[in-house]
Ligand binder design. Structure first.
Ligand code: AMP
Length: 361
């Protein structure tokens, strides 16, 4: 882990009146850049040649650094360029997808907006669960092995992109049968079986709340909700049941987009308390806890019970549905506000109060 003093030295070498907000060109980069521009910052995009068209057509990045692979952000030359621009990096899902949490924590000597000490809590399901339990949230039950299965479960592979290879079973027998089928189809390998996570399947609808933990204002804000549009699971409902059976479909959860949600108001108290509780637990894990955006993945059942099954301690792509505003951001801020802009506003307020060090790690 990069020493606090090293980082402090880098930050003290920065010209605070000329900060540049930077990120990798994918995921929620447009959201972050637009917010930064609206709050008066310069922006830098580190991106692959193929993706550069996005930042040409939506010209929100003042500088574009072309790389062959996002992990090049760790190369000394790139880091030096970034520091030369007084860059503050905003991590999103592509950071840990392309670069390991350890390398990000140890080798990236450019200040990050957010708490990089929490990155390692986010990358494994086991530590995520511990975090959510500490916060007192309701979690789906986990099963140690297939012989314990006594109800519908979802079997998840670690780090599975888009839930490819996830499957549902409701008994040890159906589990083994499904495993055989999945291996036959090349969706699963023998070796995966040890790492498979068996979780109670919760029947309900997905709700992903977006929060913002403001260190400067000392409050967790609720900025919006989304649900996901996933292929192929969102497609099978369009096929009659008989044909589904005949086609023998194994649905996957490849994310294609996000859909905004407005929640019934009676669910807001619990979602608000959940955000506070997650931040309280995060403070114990790695003070000062979450700095900036975070999101929970939840399922709400027909009894209006909320089950949380994942946490992202950073901006999530679901907040892209709110670029401009969301009902909740509007209720809170009464102006054009969204996660990308909220990040820039937090940095601006930190600068104004001489507290920049508190929001960077
Ligand atoms: P994940 O990879 O954990 O984000 O999950 C991918 C998809 O699986 C999401 O659409 C979730 O709704 C669904 N899912 C994950 N865990 C559960 C669960 N315990 N019960 C029901 N659905 C789940």
């Amino acid at each position: 882990m990069i020493a606090r003093e090293d980082l402090a030295e880098i930050i003290s070498g920065y010209d605070p009146s000329r900060l540049t907000i930077g990120t990798i060109g994918s995921h929620s980069a447009l959201n972050i850049f637009k917010g930064a521009k609206e709050e008066g910052f310069r922006t830098v995009c580190i991106c692959e040649e193929d993706d550069a068209i996005v930042y040409e057509r939506f010209p929100l990045a003042d500088e574009v650094i072309i790389v062959e692979d996002p992990s090049e952000i760790l190369e000394e030359g790139v880091q030096e360029r970034l520091r030369g621009m007084n860059a503050v990096l905003v991590p999103h899902g592509s950071f840990t997808a392309y670069i390991s949490a350890e390398r990000l924590a140890d080798e990236l000597r450019v200040p990050m907006f957010g708490n990089r000490h929490l990155l390692r809590w986010e990358v494994s399901r086991v530590s995520q669960e511990e975090w959510l339990r500490r916060a007192g949230l309701r979690l789906p039950r986990s099963f140690k092995g297939p012989e314990e299965i006594d109800r519908p479960i979802i079997a998840k592979l670690p780090g599975a992109r888009g839930g490819r290879g996830y499957f549902i079973a409701n008994s040890p027998e159906s589990f083994h049968r499904r495993v055989g089928e999945m291996i036959g189809r090349g969706l699963l390998e023998e070796g995966d079986l040890e790492r498979i996570h068996l979780q109670e399947y919760v029947l309900g609808v997905n709700v992903y709340p977006h929060y913002f933990s403001s260190i400067i204002r000392g409050e967790v804000e609720l900025l919006g909700f989304d649900k996901r549009y996933e292929s192929s699971v969102d497609a099978i409902g369009r096929i009659p049941a008989r044909e589904q059976l005949e086609a023998d479909i194994a649905p996957t959860y490849t994310i294609v987009g996000n859909i905004p949600i407005t929640l019934r108001e009676s669910l807001l108290p619990e979602f608000l308390r959940m955000g506070d509780a997650v931040q309280r637990a995060a403070k114990e894990l790695a003070p000062p806890g979450i700095i900036g955006p975070f999101c929970l993945e939840t399922i709400v059942t027909e009894d209006l019970e909320i089950f949380a099954f994942e946490i992202s301690a950073r901006i999530v792509a679901g907040t892209n549905v709110e670029i401009g505003t969301s009902p909740y951001a509007y209720l809170k801020h009464g102006e054009w506000m969204y996660t990308g802009r909220r990040i820039a506003l937090e940095i601006k307020e930190a600068l104004r109060e001489g507290r920049l060090r508190e929001v960077l790690t």
